[in-house]
Design a protein around this ligand. Structure first.
Ligand SMILES: Nc1ncnc2c1ncn2[C@@H]1O[C@H](COP(=O)(O)OP(=O)(O)OP(=O)(O)O)[C@@H](O)[C@H]1O
Ligand SMILES: [Mg+2]
Length: 334
């Protein structure tokens, strides 16, 4: 059997570390394997050493599957800083020079130990739109150390908005789009201008806050509240009522981001995609549509036309939970 090239994307979530393994065969990409492993360091306030130990333990578990593959790992969105710049059209050599000076200036502004990288996200007729991202050296070195310590190969350290753009831009190349990723501890709101990242905003509220609210309102422990949240059964109305203030708060944050986009661009945002485990909350899609009249899709309702799923994959491909890891894996492909 031929050994087809494989690409691995790793999304270090607060609840779980999600890993997607893609295989490339001619022009086709196939999801070969998926893993979701509980994040034992859970909140990111835990020490860097504990975070690294946790990642090394995960890599040790999967070492045989991940050997000799191109691994891309993502910096969580709340750990990265972004700056968008526009530079006039110039030759490739000059552009490299100009970006070098921009990076230097950003590092000086940040006044700390940061690693800065960039991506040209749009080449316009007379200019380039460039997204610069900075991450603390400590975080970057932590990932590097964990991967190398496990004897694996790190292809890249990537950023969240580029990952999510790789996944959803082919579904909405002509639309202004907002992607709302509701995780365990955070919600990422990312705006796209016809497939290109415009900006991203991190709200420190997520699915675990919903669980806590249910637990408090109905005097339940968190595991009972978690299961009622996922399967409310006869308590659907009560759960909905209890979560309304939180969902309303999140909706207002999303509307604020959309308004900010519309004010600058003078164009409407007509489509929203919800992803992340928290995006599965029953009734969320309807609530958002009723408040905004913006067309809403859940990630699992979308087709990823160039990606097929290995028929042997027993778990199925949960697009809501794995969209971000998929985007990191795609970084290795292009
Ligand atoms: N069916 C469901 N209904 C409602 N919430 C759900 C459902 N399934 C999972 N969740 C919630 O999704 C959250 C986990 O989502 P996800 O795996 O995207 O988080 P994460 O990526 O680990 O966290 P973060 O993005 O904050 O780092 C949990 O709060 C979980 O309770
Ligand atoms: Mg997440």
């Amino acid at each position: 059997m031929f050994n087809l090239p494989k690409f691995v994307g790793i999304d270090v979530g607060n609840r779980a570390i999600k890993i997607v393994q893609l295989e490339k065969c001619k022009n086709k990409l196939r999801v070969k394997n998926l893993w979701s492993i509980p994040n034992r360091s859970e909140n990111r306030a835990c020490s860097k050493e504990a975070g690294c130990e946790n990642l090394i333990a995960v890599f040790d578990l999967l070492k045989d599957h991940l050997k000799k593959q191109k691994i891309t790992i993502g910096i969580p969105n709340d750990r990265a800083l972004y700056k968008k710049i526009e530079l006039p059209k110039m030759g490739p050599g000059e552009l490299k020079q100009a970006i070098f000076w921009e990076k230097k200036e950003l590092m000086e502004e940040l006044d700390g130990e940061y690693v800065v990288d960039y991506e040209v996200i749009k080449a316009k007729t007379n200019s380039y739109e460039i997204l610069m991202a900075a991450a603390s050296k400590g975080d970057v070195m932590g990932y590097l150390y964990s991967v190398r310590e496990s004897g694996l190969f790190l292809e890249a350290i990537d950023i969240y908005p580029l990952s999510i753009s790789r996944v959803f831009k082919s579904s909405f190349p002509e639309h202004n789009l907002v992607v709302v990723d509701i995780g365990a501890a955070r919600t990422e709101i990312t705006l796209f201008d016809c497939g290109k990242v415009d900006f991203t905003y991190s709200v420190p509220t997520g699915g675990d806050d919903m669980t806590k609210l249910i637990a408090k309102s109905f005097s339940l422990n968190e595991s009972e509240a978690e299961s009622i949240k996922k399967n409310p059964g006869n308590y659907q109305n009560e759960v909905k009522e209890c979560l309304t203030p939180l969902i309303h708060h999140l909706t207002l944050q999303i509307i604020r981001c959309i308004k900010y986009f519309q004010q600058r661009k003078g164009e409407e945002v007509k489509t929203a995609v919800f992803t992340g485990g928290g995006g599965k909350l029953l009734g969320l899609k309807d609530y958002f549509f009723n408040e905004t009249r913006i067309e809403v899709f859940l990630a699992h309702e979308l087709d990823f036309p160039n990606i097929e799923i290995d028929p042997n994959l027993k778990s199925g491909f949960d697009k809501m939970e794995f969209s971000c890891a998929l985007g990191y894996a795609l970084r290795g492909v292009f």
